[in-house]
Design a protein around this ligand. Structure first.
Ligand code: SAH
Length: 201
């Protein structure tokens, strides 16, 4: 069902469509909301956080041009759903979540579902994951006031980052960041609403 909806809305990348069809979204939302899991809407995850609507997950996935050989960093794992979609396609996903309960639950959930190519770290994602850098792509799923410099540094040359930028609780802009021969180019794509990118105290 999700696949039909997102194909209708213009998602064309075959690998992205296949991954969206493969991941059982109902296992990533709180049990009492499982009945709504395949509607194209965000849903609450607890701890004031949300799982993005399927269309946005597909849009962000397609945008980074995921490939089987790649190593990807995701900031803001939440339920682990976006990471699972990426893990269906790419070689290795590293994800960072600032809320320990969500990070630990998503680690367990992904393991249970047999995803062996995802590693979860509970930390402030602002600093990225220097030990594993550089990344072919970085996906940020919380809205930051500006693009964290460590993340730009940890992007491979030729790499792509997608990140919502703007004031918390208002409409933000989904930005594409491309690194090409050391130069950084940013493109505004569409208005979005994500939960705030928090900083650890
Ligand atoms: N991609 C998720 C939804 C993300 S909601 C999914 O598929 O379910 C945004 C997540 O970002 C929340 O879980 C929030 O706790 C987390 N977050 C916010 N600021 C963060 C930071 N600085 N570092 C890591 N995670 C952060």
């Amino acid at each position: 069902m999700v696949r039909t909806q997102i194909a209708e809305r213009g998602i064309r990348d075959k690998a992205t469509l296949q991954a969206m069809r493969a991941v059982p979204r109902h296992l990533f939302v709180p049990p009492h909301l499982a009945g709504s899991a395949y509607e194209d809407q965000p849903l609450p995850l607890g701890y004031g956080q949300t799982i993005s609507q399927p269309y946005i997950v597909a849009f962000m996935t397609e945008l980074i041009r995921p490939k089987a050989t790649q190593k990807i960093l995701e900031i803001g794992s939440g339920s682990g759903y976006q990471a699972a979609v990426l893990a269906e396609i790419v070689k290795q996903v590293y994800m960072i979540e600032i809320v320990p309960e969500l990070g630990n639950a998503s680690r367990e959930r992904l393991q249970k579902q047999g995803y062996r190519n995802v590693q979860v770290r509970v930390a402030d994602g602002y600093d990225g994951w220097p030990e594993q850098a550089p990344f072919d792509a970085i996906v940020v799923t919380a809205a930051a006031d500006y693009i964290p410099t460590p993340l730009i540094r940890q992007l491979k040359d030729g790499g792509r980052m997608v990140i919502p930028v703007g004031a918390p609780f208002l409409v933000q802009t989904l930005m594409l960041v491309e690194k090409d021969k050391g130069k950084v180019k940013t493109t505004s794509l569409l208005p979005v609403q994500f939960v705030p990118f928090r900083r650890s105290p």
